[in-house]
Write a protein that binds this ligand. Sequence first.
Ligand SMILES: Cc1cc2nc3c(=O)[nH]c(=O)nc-3n(C[C@H](O)[C@H](O)[C@H](O)COP(=O)(O)O)c2cc1C
Length: 166
Amino acid sequence: MKVLILYDSFFGHTEEVASAIAAATESHATVETWHIQGTPRRFPRPLDLLVVGTPSRDGKPSEPLMNYIKAMPIGSIEGVRTATFETRPDLETGRRSILSTFRRKESAAGAVALALRNLGGEAIAPPQSFVCAPDGSSFIEGELARAGDWANTLLSGQTASSDQAS
Ligand SMILES: Cc1cc2nc3c(=O)[nH]c(=O)nc-3n(C[C@H](O)[C@H](O)[C@H](O)COP(=O)(O)O)c2cc1C
């Protein structure tokens, strides 16, 4: 089984989740982890699962990630199973100063899922959020382990086949 984890990350949180997913799955699959910067747009084929991660930026995916996806050749992920995730601070308990800056709750991962679907990808799980501590400095306890568990459910096909990006 071949898995590609594609992500953007400004401060390292999304990269940490991508690494946790890779570490959790590499005993069951051949896994490549690509930061969008400087990576080729020609994906390994056959590709069984494409996992795409983004930071939430004003409630949207990162602009470089969306530009990368938009520039992907038509058909490059036709029929490929996909799953998307975002990282964001805990908006419920975050400090007021942070909440006033990062108060957008729209699903950035949902927007990525839609873009992948438009390219022919087949979402196999609802978009996921992995949550940082209220000050955004690190993940809440157990969150990276949850990311690994989530990825393994994707591999084992245990997630409900669901495309909630519509
Ligand atoms: C300019 C900017 C805008 C952001 N907007 C949001 C937002 O609207 N909602 C949110 O939950 N988090 C927002 N955040 C917080 C990031 O989503 C969060 O820190 C993320 O985990 C960073 O990922 P990274 O370390 O991979 O870059 C924003 C951060 C920055 C710097």
